[in-house]
Each structure stands twice: as C-alpha cells, then as structure tokens.
Design a protein around this ligand. Structure first.
Ligand SMILES: Nc1ncnc2c1ncn2[C@@H]1O[C@H](COP(=O)(O)OP(=O)(O)OP(=O)(O)O)[C@@H](O)[C@H]1O
Length: 534
C-alpha cells in the first residue's frame, strides 16, 4: 500500500472518505459523507456541512467515525471541527493507504455497525418529524415517501451476508425471496436482453445524480441491493416526461441481473402489457402468459397509468401484483403522477401502489444539467467546453430528453465542422431552440426578478430617480432584457417607463463593461441570468 505525506488535511480527507465509504452503507455514504467539504482555518482542520440539517445529522450520527478515521490516518492532526459552510470538495481516494496507525479496523470489520447506525437514524428521524424546518417534510404531508422514510425503511433491510471469523460459514439473515430463488450455480440465462427486455445501457453508472433524482436514485440502489424487501415493495417512481424514470427502473433491473443472472426479470411498458394481454386472450395462450408473469422475480412496469380504464387488464394486474408481493418478489413501477391521482384506476390498485416506497423525480437543476451534458460528451468522445455546457444547460431547462436532443444536435455540428463545442457553435446549432426559450422570458418578468433581488419596487425601475441604488439595478434589468429576450431596444425602453432606445443601449454597454472590472456586479448578472433561465 502506498505511503503518503499526511500533514495536510486535503491529503488526509480522501483517505478518510475511503475508510468511511467502506464502513457505512453506500446510501449513508452518498447521502451524508460524500457531499461534505473541507478546509483549514488557522491551525484547525474543518469539515463543512452545507446546512443546519446536514450538520445536525452528521454530528449526531457520523462525527465520531469521521474523527476516528482522521485520527487513525493522521495521529498528529490538529483539532477537527464540524461547521456549516462550504470548503473544498475532495474526491475519495482510489486506493487504501498504509499509515503509522492502523486503519480503524475494529469498526470496519463490524458489519453490525451499519445496522446500529440505521437504528440511530430512526431515532433521529423521530426527532426530525417534530422539526418543522426539516427540508422534506412537505412531501410527507402529501403521502410521499421522504428521505427520512427511506432511511427508516433501511431498518427493515435484510442484513448483508456476514462472514464469521475463523469459519467458512456465511450467514444471510432473512434473505429476500428473489435472492433465494436465484442463488444457484446455473449459468446465466441466454440472450438476456431478449428475456428481460432491458436496455443494457440504462445503468446506474450512466445515470447522473443530482438534487432532482437523489432520493429516487438512492431508493433504486437500495432496492437493487435488497430486492423483495417488504418495506420497498412496490417501488413507485413518478414524475413528468423525460426525467429519467425509464432509465432508473431499468438500472435496477440491470443491476439485479448482474448480481443474480438467473433471476427472472421482465421490463415492460404498460401499453405493451395491455397489448400482450389482448394477444394472449385472442390466441388462447392466456394461461401461459399468466404463468410467465406470475413466475417473475422482478417486474418493472413503466408508465403504469396506461392500464387505467382498461378493466380486464387492471383486474389481471391486480392478481399479478398481489401474487408477486405475496411471494416477496419485487415490483417496480413508474407513473406520470402519484398513485392517488391516477384517473380511472381501480381504487384497490391505487391503494396498493402506495404500500411500499413512493418517490418523485424532479426536473434537473442547472448543475445536474451541466453534469448530464458532460457525461454525454464523454460517452460520445466529443470535446465540450465547460462554458458551452453551462450555456446549453441554461437554455434547455425542461427535461433531460430535450437536453439530450440538444446535445446530439450540437455534437453533430461539432463533428461535421471538426471543431470543439464552444458557445458560438452551440448558438449556431441550437438557434431555433434558443429563440423559443428566449421568447418565454418577458421584460416584465425580468423587472420583477431584478426588483426582488435589489429589494426595490417595480415603480423604482420605471421611475425617474437617478440615485446609484436605483439607477444601477435599472441598468442591470435593461441589460438582461436585451440579452434574454427578443424584444427590440425601443420596446424594452417603452416598458421601462417610456425611455429612449439609446438609454437601453447605454445601460447594456455599461453593465457589460462593468462586468469586466466589478466582480460583485458580474456575479449579480450571472446569478440573475441563471435565475431567469431556470
Ligand atoms: N440523470 C440522468 N443522467 C443521464 N441521462 C439521463 C438522466 N435522466 C434521463 N436521462 C436520459 O434522458 C432520456 C429520457 O429519459 P427516460 O426515457 O428515462 O425518461 P422518462 O421519465 O421515462 O420519460 P417518459 O415519461 O416520457 O417515458 C434517456 O435517454 C435517459 O437516458
């Protein structure tokens, strides 16, 4: 194992992360530890949590382990503090490290440690329930499973196999049915794509994580690791079009297939399921159809709202659903809305859909859209400048499918022209989309956003006062109106209290010149511009 100079916190932290990742469950690590940032303040080493909620949770659940990990790696380290704030984001080390002190093996080997932590999580979550400021509490009131629920449900998770010291015995407490039925020595099934109907490229590895899908992603990974566990069954993912629902449920299928190659897995779109039932009836092969579905270990059904209003299909699906759950086989569904809101769906089904874990996929935020573009560029071996990625992500905001479409267009231009993707090339390739996107931003909306930001009234922006505190925000709003809308200078001037077009032109020039020298103003411009294009 490599030796390293561990006198700097930034050198120690990647290895502390390595140890913590080994110790905690993947979900705990991803949710609480990986987002922490670090820095040094005077002589102290500081770990930052991004807000009060994360601070409290990390402090009460993981801090001792973090301190132990750092102390083991760097016995002479200065005092370690946990604070709220933002430091440097450091990636986990790729290899283990040999240090003077031994790594904290006592707890890395203890597979019960994670279970204890989960019990702690629940105690903590009970307390959180009473805290009105808990960030996800609003969803709970809508009957949607929250972050807390996910963690709480972890308690029910079947325990991981544990190797007993000095023995070859492997204890698998309460292994779910899907694992029992597939833990065989038989070779993998032939032609898995044909049998499972899974798209092999829809994996967790190709799915970018962000705020919009963090909960759904964590839930999906948990299920992929512990299929059939009653607390997560069924897993119901809902959200609007193009947000990655299909990708996510197929990622579950692909991961389970990798780990249990003999598992009987079937991905199906609900429309195809309806058609297949009809076909089976017509060709008198319904028994065979039913036998096949009832023998599945994992059913992934996409856009389940499509079965609503189709009485025979709903009835058949009701029996299938009950059977699979009784047998502890995993059912995963996607939908465009919450179970309770599916129109013309059998009430018994609606209530059953909410039995397990229900999570929402939300539209990706700016940073996630940028990360998706960068991932697509990497996969396509296309050079994408960071500024161009931000530029595209700022303009394509609705969903990932459209973002992907925009990227394909830009990538094609880049290939034909043998040029890397910069803002100029992206503007050229996406001309019509950009015009459409800009059309949606109005001068009035810009005024309102700027007035709120600078804590002024719209009347101040329209009025005649020329004091600096009003004149500069007015110029900022005019510059943004010119940059983000298709309005002509005279019509922008008109909205700003009937000003001349030369005033708008001057405001635009002033702001863009000031941006070069005034960092605060440049930051305000970028922030407002991003806010308006969100
Ligand atoms: N987080 C993500 N990272 C990478 N690619 C993503 C992500 N989310 C979605 N995609 C991609 O966007 C495209 C659309 O996603 P998908 O088909 O899964 O959406 P959907 O929510 O099922 O849409 P619909 O409801 O219309 O069926 C896919 O090519 C998918 O791979």
């Amino acid at each position: 194992m490599p030796q390293a100079d561990l006198s700097q916190f930034s050198a120690v932290w990647p290895h502390a992360l390595y140890v913590l990742r080994d110790t905690l469950s993947n979900q705990q690590y991803q949710m609480w530890i990986a987002p922490l940032t670090v820095s040094t303040e005077n002589d102290a080493w500081v770990v930052y949590a991004k807000n009060n909620f994360v601070f409290g949770f990390v402090k009460s659940h993981f801090w001792q382990k973090i301190e132990a990990a750092v102390a083991n790696l760097a016995p002479n380290a200065p005092v370690l503090h946990l604070k709220i704030g933002m430091g440097e984001q450091v990636s986990v080390a790729t290899t283990p490290l040999a240090t003077a002190a031994n790594p904290p093996q006592a707890w890395t080997e203890d597979s019960d440690a994670a279970e204890d932590l989960l019990a702690d999580d629940v105690a903590m979550l009970d307390a959180e329930d009473e805290t009105p400021a808990a960030p996800v509490s609003s969803k709970a009131s809508r009957g949607v499973t929250t972050a807390q629920d996910i963690i709480q449900k972890n308690l029910e998770r079947p325990r991981k196999p544990r190797i007993v010291e000095n023995s070859s015995e492997i204890i698998v407490p309460s292994a779910p049915a899907i694992i029992k039925s597939t833990a065989t020595e038989l070779p993998p099934i032939d032609n898995p794509a044909e049998q499972t109907r899974l798209n092999p490229s829809y994996t967790f590895e190709t799915l970018v994580q962000g705020k919009g899908n963090r909960m759904a992603y964590a839930g999906a990974q948990t299920i992929a690791e512990n299929p059939g566990s009653s607390m997560y069954n069924p897993y119901f993912i809902y959200g609007s079009t193009g947000l990655g629902k299909t990708h996510l449920i197929q990622a579950i299928g692909n991961r389970i297939y990798q780990q249990h190659p003999r598992a009987k897995i079937r991905y199906i779109h609900a429309e195809t399921y309806v058609r297949d039932i009809m076909k089976a009836f017509r060709s008198s092969s319904f028994d065979e159809f039913k036998r096949h579905y009832h023998s599945l270990d994992l059913l992934l059904i996409d856009d389940v709202q499509f079965i609503s209003g189709k009485d025979r299909t709903m009835e058949e699906f009701f029996y299938l659903f009950n059977h699979l759950l009784d047998e502890k086989k995993q059912v995963v569904m996607t939908c465009d809305t919450l179970p309770a809101n599916i129109k013309n769906m059998d009430d018994r089904l609606k209530s059953r859909f909410s039995w397990g874990l229900t999570v929402e996929l939300e539209p990706p935020e700016l940073e996630m859209r940028v990360a998706i573009l960068q991932k697509k560029a990497e996969a396509a071996h296309v050079q994408l400048q960071e500024k161009a990625a931000f530029f595209i992500a700022q303009h394509i905001r609705s969903n990932v499918r459209e973002l992907e479409g925009a990227f394909k267009r830009v990538a094609a231009h880049s290939l034909f022209q043998h040029k890397p993707i910069d803002i100029e090339l992206a503007t050229e390739a996406l001309q019509d989309i950009l015009v459409e996107a800009q059309r949606q931003i109005t001068v009035e909306h810009i005024m309102k956003t700027c007035a709120d930001f600078y804590q002024l009234k719209i009347a101040d922006l329209i009025g005649k006062k020329r004091t600096r505190t009003i004149a500069r925000p007015r110029q900022m709003a005019m510059a943004l109106a010119k940059d983000l809308t298709q309005q002509s200078l005279p019509s922008i001037g008109q909205v700003f209290g009937g000003r001349d077009h030369t005033t708008v032109m001057h405001a635009h020039k002033t702001i863009h010149e000031l941006k070069q020298t005034d960092a605060k103003l440049a930051q305000d411009y970028d922030y407002l511009s991003a806010m308006l294009q969100k």
